[in-house]
Design a binder for this molecule. Structure first.
Ligand SMILES: Nc1nc2c(c(=O)[nH]1)N[C@H]1C(S)=C(S)[C@@H](COP(=O)(O)OP(=O)(O)OC[C@H]3O[C@@H](n4cnc5c(=O)[nH]c(N)nc54)[C@H](O)[C@@H]3O)O[C@H]1N2
Ligand SMILES: Nc1nc2c(c(=O)[nH]1)N[C@H]1C(S)=C(S)[C@@H](COP(=O)(O)OP(=O)(O)OC[C@H]3O[C@@H](n4cnc5c(=O)[nH]c(N)nc54)[C@H](O)[C@@H]3O)O[C@H]1N2
Ligand SMILES: [Mo]
Length: 747
C-alpha cells in the first residue's frame, strides 16, 4: 500500500472523498473539502465493499461447467455457481475464445459492453476488455450511447458535430451575466448534476443555477415533473404531456412566424432550409398549420400560454435547454432538431448567455467553464472486425442474426453472436423490455461478465470474473470534463480473490500468447505514469502546466485553472460564419438537411416534424398512465443500489413510484401501499408516493433497482421490464425508454 504523508483520496463519477481505513477495512468516506455541494451517493459503497453481495472468487455456472458452451442456457439466472481457480478459469476462457474464433470468426464475439463502470483513467473496464479482444482479432462493437443516441446521430447533420458542442455549452457565468429567460425542456434536474463521467472535484450546478436566479434570470420548467426545477428556485412550471415537446416547439415556432417575430437576418446568414421547414410549419406542405391551438391539443397546455411564451422568448435574451431525456423517446431526433431550429429563429445562437444548450445539469460538466485537454487514455488498439450495432439494438441482434438493419443512411447486417462479454456496464439495468432481453440472452453459447457485485448481470452470466473496486487499486481521476485531477489511492487490499480488470485480461492474454501485446511490457504503475506523462504534454499544448508525477502524488489533487473568459457556444461561427463554418455540407445550421432527406426515412424526414410516438397519452386507454423512468437521485444507474444510501429511500425494499392524487383516487390507491405497474411486456412492484408535483396521467419511477425477476415481474421495481424496445427511427436507432404506457394496480 502507498505510504503517504497525506489523507487517502478516492474519486468517482459522483465526487471526490477522503478515505478512512482501519485494520484493512474502509470505515468511512469524507466529503472533499473543495466541494461546495458534495453528493451523498459515495457513502453508499462503504457497507457493500465486503459483504454478501461481493463477488470474491471466479465463478462458473454449473450447467456451463458440466455441459460446456451452450449448455442449459435457459438456466442463466437460476443455476448454481461453482468456484474455480484463476488458472482454471483462464484456461476455460482461452479455450472458449479460440473455439469461437475458429468456428465462427471474431464477429461472433459481442463486446459492445456498454455502460459506465468506475472512474479512473487506467482501470477503465471497457478499454481493458476492448484492448484485450483487439489483441486476439477483435469483436463486434456498439455505436453511440443510451444517453442521447438520437442527438449523436442527428445533430452532426444539423450542426456538423454533437460532442464538441455538448462539451462547450455556454457556461453558467455567461448565463448569469447575459440571459434573461431560460426555457428548459426537461428542466434543470440538479439530482443529475451530481454525476460527471470520469470524476468530479467540485459540484457546480446548484451554484450556477443559484447565481443565475440571483441575477434575475427567469426559469421556465417544461416537464411533466415539477422537481425537474427545484421549487427553491421558483421557476414557472409548464406540465406538458410527455413525449410532446416537438409539437410544443413547432407551436412556438408558428407563433414567431405568424407574428413576424423570427430573426430573418440570422436565418438568412447562418442557416439553410428554413423555407422548406416553414412550408411545413404553416401547413403549405401537408395542410396542417402547426398553430398554438394545434400544439395545445397535443401537449395539453393552454394555447394562450404557448403564444405568451413564444412572445416572451422573442422579446428576451433567451437560452433554450433541451434535456438529454428528450432523445430517449420515440422519434427522439426531433426535439433536438426542433429546439435548434427554434433557437435559430430567435437568432441568439452564439451570443453571450443565450441560444441553445444541451441538458444543463444532466451532468456536472454541462455549462462548466474548463479547458478541453486531450488527456491520454489507456489505448484500445485497432478492432479488425467491422460489424457493429447501434447500441440499443442488442436484443434485435441476438434474436435475428443475419437480418438487415438501417442506420444513418445505410443498411447493415446483424452478426451471429456466440459469445457475449461485459466488463463495465449492466444491460440488465440499461436495456428496455428486460423480459424480452432475458429470453434473447439465452441464445449465445457463452456469456462472460467482469463484476464486483452479484447484480443481475453477474447472475445471468456463465463465467463471472471478480474485479476490484476503485478503493482496491491506484489510479488517476483525470478527465477533460472536470478541472480537478485526483490521485485515486489504493486504500485496501483486493477483497477475496478479486483482481483488477487489467490483471484479469493479462492472465487470459498469457494463456493465448498475447500478453506482451496486451501490456507492452508495462506494469499498471508504469501505465499510469505513461498516461500522466503524455497528458502533461497534451495540457502544455493549451498552456496548462501539470506537475511531475511525484509532486502530484504528494499533493493528492490539483485543480487545473479555468479559461479567463466564459464559454459561449458557437461564438466563432456567429462572429464569422465564413472563416468558422460548421462542418455541415452547407457550412451552416441545416434546418433542412438534404442528406437526411435523401435517406427517405418516413420516421425521420429532412426537417424537424411532429410524429406521433408509438406509446403516449394521445393513444392511451382510460386506465393507462405515461411512465417516466428517469435517473435516480441517490445512485448512478444500478451502481450501489445495494448500498445504504439507495436503501434508505425504500423502507419496504422496493422502488418508490410517484403518482398524482387524482390518478391515485381514480384507482383507489393510498400513499405507502405496494402497487404493481404492468403492461403487456411485464410488471414491477413499487411503493406508492402521492404528490401534486407530477402531472396527472403520468407516473415517475427512477431507474436503477436491481432486476429481480419472478416470472415476468420484477420484485425490486426495475422499470425496464415495462419499457418498449424499439429504435427512435431508422436514422439513429436510439433507445426510447421514456415513451411508455403502463397501468397500476394494488398488489
Ligand atoms: N428506463 C430507462 N432506462 C435507461 C435510462 C432511462 O432514462 N430510463 N437511461 C439510460 C442511460 S442514459 C444510461 S447511460 C444507461 C446506464 O446503464 P449502465 O451504464 O449500464 O449502468 P450502471 O449501473 O452504471 O453499470 C455499470 C456497471 O459497471 C460495474 N462496474 C463498476 N466498476 C467496475 C469496474 O471497475 N470494473 C468492472 N468490470 N465493472 C465495474 C457496476 O457494478 C455496474 O454493474 O441506462 C440507460 N437505461
Ligand atoms: N443522480 C444521478 N445523476 C445522473 C445519472 C444517474 O443515474 N443518477 N445518470 C447520468 C446519465 S448517464 C445521464 S445520460 C444523464 C441523463 O440526464 P437526463 O436525460 O436529463 O435525465 P433524466 O433524469 O432521465 O431526465 C430529466 C428529466 O426529463 C424529464 N422528461 C422526461 N420525459 C420528458 C418529456 O417527454 N418532455 C419533457 N419536457 N421532459 C421530460 C423528466 O421529468 C426527467 O426528470 O444523467 C446523469 N446524471
Ligand atoms: Mo447516460
Amino acid at each position: 500500500m502507498t505510504q503517504l504523508d497525506r489523507d487517502l483520496l478516492t474519486s468517482s463519477h459522483w465526487g471526490t472523498y477522503g478515505v478512512d481505513v482501519s485494520d484493512g477495512h474502509v470505515t468511512a468516506l469524507r466529503d472533499f473539502e473543495q466541494d461546495p455541494d458534495p453528493s451523498p451517493i459515495g457513502h453508499g459503497i462503504v457497507d457493500v465493499l465486503n459483504g454478501p453481495t461481493r463477488i470474491t472468487a471466479p465463478m462458473v455456472r454449473k450447467g456451463w461447467l458440466e455441459g460446456g458452451p451452450g449448455a442449459a442456457p435457459d438456466k442463466r439466472g437460476s443455476d448454481e455457481f461453482i468456484e474455480v481457480s484463476w488458472n482454471e478459469v483462464n484456461d476455460l476462457i482461452a479455450n472458449e475464445l479460440s473455439r469461437v474464433k475458429r468456428s465462427h470468426g471474431n464477429s461472433a464475439i459481442y463486446a459492445g459492453s456498454y455502460g459506465w463502470a468506475s472512474a479512473g483513467r487506467f482501470h477503465h473496464a471497457q478499454s481493458q476488455l476492448k484492448r484485450f479482444l483487439n489483441c486476439i482479432g477483435g469483436y463486434t462493437s456498439s455505436k453511440n450511447t443510451y444517453s442521447y443516441a438520437a442527438a449523436e446521430v442527428v445533430v452532426p447533420h444539423v450542426l456538423g458535430d454533437f460532442g464538441r458542442f455538448l462539451n462547450n455549452c455556454t457556461s453558467w457565468e455567461s448565463i448569469t451575466s447575459d440571459c434573461e429567460l431560460f426555457v428548459a425542456f426537461g428542466g434543470v434536474p440538479l439530482k443529475n448534476g451530481q454525476i460527471s463521467q470520469g470524476g468530479v472535484g467540485a459540484h457546480v450546478q446548484k451554484g450556477g443555477l443559484q447565481s443565475a436566479v440571483n441575477a434575475g434570470v427567469k426559469f421556465v420548467n417544461i416537464s411533466p415533473l415539477r422537481s425537474d426545477l427545484l421549487c427553491q428556485f421558483e421557476g414557472e412550471w409548464l406540465a406538458l404531456r410527455p413525449s410532446t415537446d416537438t409539437a410544443l416547439m413547432l407551436g412556438l415556432a408558428h407563433v414567431l412566424v405568424n407574428e413576424g417575430l423570427q430573426n430573418q437576418d440570422f436565418l438568412d446568414s447562418y442557416t439553410v432550409g428554413f423555407e422548406i421547414f416553414s412550408a411545413y410549419l404553416l401547413g403549405d406542405s401537408d395542410g396542417v398549420p402547426k398553430t398554438a391551438e394545434w400544439a395545445a391539443e397535443i401537449c395539453d397546455l393552454p394555447a394562450q400560454d404557448i403564444r405568451a411564451l413564444a412572445r416572451r422568448m422573442a422579446q428576451s435574451r433567451t437560452m433554450i435547454s433541451v434535456a438529454w431525456a428528450l432523445t430517449r423517446q420515440d422519434h427522439g431526433e426531433q426535439p433536438f432538431w426542433a429546439a435548434i431550429t427554434l433557437a435559430a429563429m430567435l437568432g441568439q445562437i452564439g451570443l453571450p448567455g443565450t441560444g441553445i444548450g444541451f441538458g444543463y445539469s444532466a451532468t456536472n460538466n454541462v455549462g462548466l467553464a474548463r479547458y478541453q485537454i486531450d488527456y491520454a487514455s489507456f489505448p484500445q488498439g485497432q478492432n479488425a472486425v467491422k460489424n457493429f450495432i447501434p447500441v440499443a439494438r442488442l436484443t434485435d441482434m441476438l434474436e435475428n442474426p443475419g437480418d438487415a438493419f438501417s442506420y444513418n443512411g445505410n443498411f447493415y447486417e446483424y452478426p451471429d453472436i456466440r459469445l457475449v462479454w461485459w466488463a463495465g456496464g449492466n444491460p440488465f439495468h440499461h436495456h428496455q423490455d428486460l423480459n424480452r432481453m432475458r429470453r434473447a440472452w439465452a441464445r449465445p453459447e457463452t456469456i462472460i461478465a467482469n463484476e464486483w457485485c452479484w447484480n443481475a448481470l453477474a447472475q445471468h452470466a456463465d463465467i463471472v470474473l471478480p474485479c476490484t473496486t476503485t478503493l482496491e487499486r491506484s489510479d488517476i481521476a483525470m478527465t477533460p470534463k472536470d478541472p480537478y485531477i485526483v490521485a485515486m489511492d489504493r486504500a485496501i487490499n483486493p477483497v477475496g480473490k478479486s483482481r483488477d480488470d487489467h490483471s484479469i485480461f493479462r492472465g487470459i492474454a498469457a494463456k493465448m500468447d498475447v500478453e506482451e501485446n496486451f501490456t507492452e511490457g508495462r506494469s499498471p504503475q508504469e501505465w499510469q505514469r505513461w498516461i500522466w506523462d503524455v497528458s502533461r504534454q497534451q495540457a502544455a499544448k493549451v498552456g496548462v502546466t501539470l506537475p511531475d508525477w511525484d509532486t502530484f502524488q504528494r499533493c493528492g489533487w490539483i485543480k487545473v485553472p479555468k479559461p479567463d473568459v466564459p464559454i459561449i457556444m458557437m461564438e466563432k461561427f456567429r462572429a464569422n460564419p465564413k472563416t468558422h463554418p460548421l462542418s455541415t455540407p452547407s457550412g451552416k445550421i441545416e434546418i433542412h438537411s438534404d442528406t437526411i432527406a435523401s435517406f427517405n426515412y418516413e420516421d425521420c424526414p429532412g426537417h424537424p416534424v411532429w410524429l406521433k410516438p408509438e406509446e403516449w397519452l394521445g393513444n392511451a386507454s382510460p386506465l393507462q398512465l405515461h411512465m417516466i423512468s428517469n435517473q435516480p437521485r441517490n445512485k448512478l444507474h444500478s451502481q450501489l443500489d445495494h448500498g445504504s444510501v439507495s436503501k434508505s429511500d425504500r423502507p419496504k425494499g422496493v422502488e418508490p413510484v410517484t403518482m398524482h392524487p387524482r390518478d391515485a383516487a381514480a384507482r383507489g390507491l393510498e400513499a405507502g401501499q405496494i402497487v404493481q405497474l404492468h403492461n403487456s411486456r411485464g410488471a414491477c412492484r413499487a411503493q406508492l408516493t402521492i404528490s401534486e408535483t407530477i402531472r396527472f396521467g403520468v407516473i415517475q419511477i427512477a431507474t436503477g433497482a436491481w432486476y429481480q425477476p419472478d416470472g415476468d415481474t420484477c420484485q425490486h421495481g426495475n422499470p425496464n421490464v415495462l419499457t418498449l424496445d424499439k429504435g427512435t427511427s431508422q436514422l439513429a436507432q436510439g433507445p426510447i425508454a421514456h415513451s411508455c404506457l403502463v397501468e397500476v394496480r394494488p398488489e
